[in-house]
Design a protein around this ligand. Structure first.
Ligand code: TXA
Ligand code: MG
Length: 340
């Protein structure tokens, strides 16, 4: 079982010190970010990065996001200069608007650095997280010469991302105390992974929707942000069957849901329904859970809700299809992939 240390209260300083010691030794630390928990290692040490891929069971050619600090402008600029071969104007504009925050930018990589973390791509994904624990950890790393932390979501490959320390422990429970330290920073306030924008091409491309939506990005850049297409850089987070719960998840409209519940009547069982519209259900064996009406609140609880509904007893999870507005793009994307 991994070691969990509280990093929210008075224990933060000691917990961060322990985390830095482990990172310097090339070991893994799970850190809270505002989006989801990340499984971090020193991005400049291939043997440490290899431990991430092994722990997750993730193919080693899938690039990881490198997290950089931002408590001072000098700290951030040093990290950017270390990893990025150049910073396109779009990347600069988006950093100015949204960093620290839930936005990852793909930029050209300096060929001599972070090869393993980048999965061999000529580019690198950079993100400056806003979570106070992540910020404190990155600042303490910077002080000892660690320039960035490679960190994918701290779940086994293809599973739902963790938004609480206990989720990380459940996902990576086979790692020992010595192999993994989990910094407990509470529940992640955003709840879905960062928006990813590829800034290496002639036009910016949205590789993964998140809570910062396309409309906001286009407003900031003053031009269109394209959807990823077959030519877009690799983004395994966009594999069809990512974020899969054990139970079979299906997206349905409210009317479809009601019709299906009516047809099953009292026979319905081993079924959970995650819905926004009011529904009638006469079976006592169906778990009903209301999805928040606001996109941000829905994102915040999404992965925890899926974990709770996917309790091993439930065989089917029916989810009411979210609205089509841009604000819901991130939630809709994760649900569509969970259903694939
Ligand atoms: O919110 C987040 O982004 C979280 C927290 C921990 O920061 N991290 C996260 O990492 O979701 P991960 O590894 O689960 O997803 C990273 C995504 C993948 O889809 C990966 O392909 C893409 O970022 N990515 C990273 N570097 C890339 C690159 N150089 N080119 C294209 N895609 C890249
Ligand atoms: Mg992930």
């Amino acid at each position: 079982m991994a070691l969990i240390l509280d990093a929210q209260g008075p224990g933060r300083k000691a917990a961060i010190a322990e985390a830095v010691a482990r990172l310097r030794a090339g070991h893994l630390v799970a850190m809270p970010t505002e989006t989801v928990y990340g499984l971090a290692a020193d991005a400049d040490r291939p043997e440490a990065v290899a431990r991430i891929f092994a722990a997750k069971g993730r193919p080693s050619d899938h690039p990881l996001i490198v997290h950089v600090g931002g408590t001072t402008p000098a700290e951030r600029e040093a990290a950017l200069a270390h990893y990025a071969a150049s910073l396109p104007d779009d990347a600069r504009a988006l950093m100015a608007a949204y960093w620290p925050g839930p936005l990852t930018l793909i930029v050209p990589r300096r060929p001599d650095v972070a090869q393993a973390a980048a999965g061999g791509q000529p580019s690198i994904g950079l993100r400056c997280p806003a979570h106070p624990v992540a910020q404190a950890l990155l600042a303490a790393c910077h002080a000892v010469g660690i320039r960035g932390l490679a960190a994918p979501s701290a779940n086994r490959f293809g599973r739902v991302s963790p938004t609480q320390a206990a989720h990380v422990a459940a996902e990576l429970g086979t790692l020992s105390d010595a192999e993994l330290l989990i910094l407990d920073g509470g529940a992640c306030p955003v709840g879905i992974e960062s928006t990813i924008v590829d800034c290496t091409r002639a036009e910016p491309v949205l590789l993964r929707p998140g809570i910062i939506d396309r409309a906001q990005l286009e407003q900031t850049l003053g031009r269109a942000v394209r959807d990823r297409d077959a030519a877009a850089a690799r983004a395994p987070g966009t594999l069809a069957s990512h974020y899969a719960p054990q139970a079979k998840l299906r997206l349905m409209d409210a009317a479809e849901l009601q019709t299906a519940l009516d047809m099953l009547g009292a026979q319905a069982r081993e079924l959970a329904v995650y819905h926004r519209s009011p529904l009638r259900c006469i079976s006592a064996h169906v778990r009903l859970r209301r999805m928040p009406m606001q996109a941000e609140a829905a994102a915040r609880e999404l992965f925890a809700a899926l974990r709770e509904l996917d309790d091993g007893q439930t065989r089917l999870i029916w989810v009411e299809r979210p609205p089509t507005e841009p604000a819901w793009d991130g939630v809709r994307d994760r649900l569509q992939r969970a259903a694939a």
